[in-house]
Design a protein around this ligand. Sequence first.
Ligand SMILES: [Fe+2]
Length: 353
Amino acid sequence: MMRLGGNTFSDLCAKELELCGLREGEVVAVLTQGDERLDYADAFLSAAEGMGATAFHVRLPRQSSSLSGDSGSWTVGTTPLGDNRPAVEALKAADLVIDTMFLLFSKEQLEIQGAGARMLLCIEPIEHLVQLFPTRDQRERVEYGGELLGKASELRFTNRFGTDVSYRIGVYPVITEYGYTDQAGRWDHWPSGFLFTGGADDGVNGTVVIAPGDIIYPFKTYAQTPIHLRIESGRIVDIHGELDADLLRDYMASFEDEKAYGIAHIGWGLNEKARWSYLATDRRGLGMHGRSFYGNVLFSTGPNQEFGGTNDTQCHVDVPMRGCSLFLDEQPIVVDGDIAVEEMKAPGLVAAG
Ligand SMILES: [Fe+2]
């Protein structure tokens, strides 16, 4: 069993389950697929049992798409759980479901949440889970941001490369991700540290210029050349630029799905422990260093059914962007890649030289 500074991964899972408010007598289900993350299942099951919960394991016989982005394409929303009704029913009976396969954007996830189960996604490499372990302080700052976002009707963000795009918001709920969940029916992702909402389906307009150094998931690369996206009424209508633009255009076209050009979630990162540069030397996992780093504006394209929309495309691209300024009804929230609101600032941040 992996040792982490004197603790086992199971000890760490126990700490995470504590943050999730796990109580004696509650039911914990761990979902895995194929032979993936069976060590995660073991760690969670023994942690849950140790805390007096009733724990069980739902293991699906086959794997879905390439979550790690190392081979094949990363598709979302359709998983092997979709045609396994008994497994869905078993998961609905739990108080807490640990998802190690990525159910986000699926109908089954919404059904399980609807049954009252709280859900925790846990797929990242163990080292990342340790480095970015969530805190109550992170929750407070993310929830503060959630309140600001929930009150606003327009979100606009810019960067010095020519981004200027506006989202009409307030149509869809705000989703907070602070890394754990203790509320019935609520989903979260260990470790996270960001928040987002979605623009109205036809309410996103303007230009996004993905700048050199911005991260493109699922490619897991830093853009080297600017990519210009023109967005009209919530649809990408033009992608131009150099090599990176060609790559993104071809990737999106490969899904042969008009819905791939929709606009997904929009928000910002607050996790001061996450590093923009991390991906340069560690490409494992989904990539939460890159998605969560402090002051990034996380722009994304594709599906929006995770917050109640109807776009169910399997083509999802996340783009954490640096150096942006983001405004809610003209109030500056992020300015040049730094958090501008006192209540959301990370404690003890040491500025880079
Ligand atoms: Fe995303």
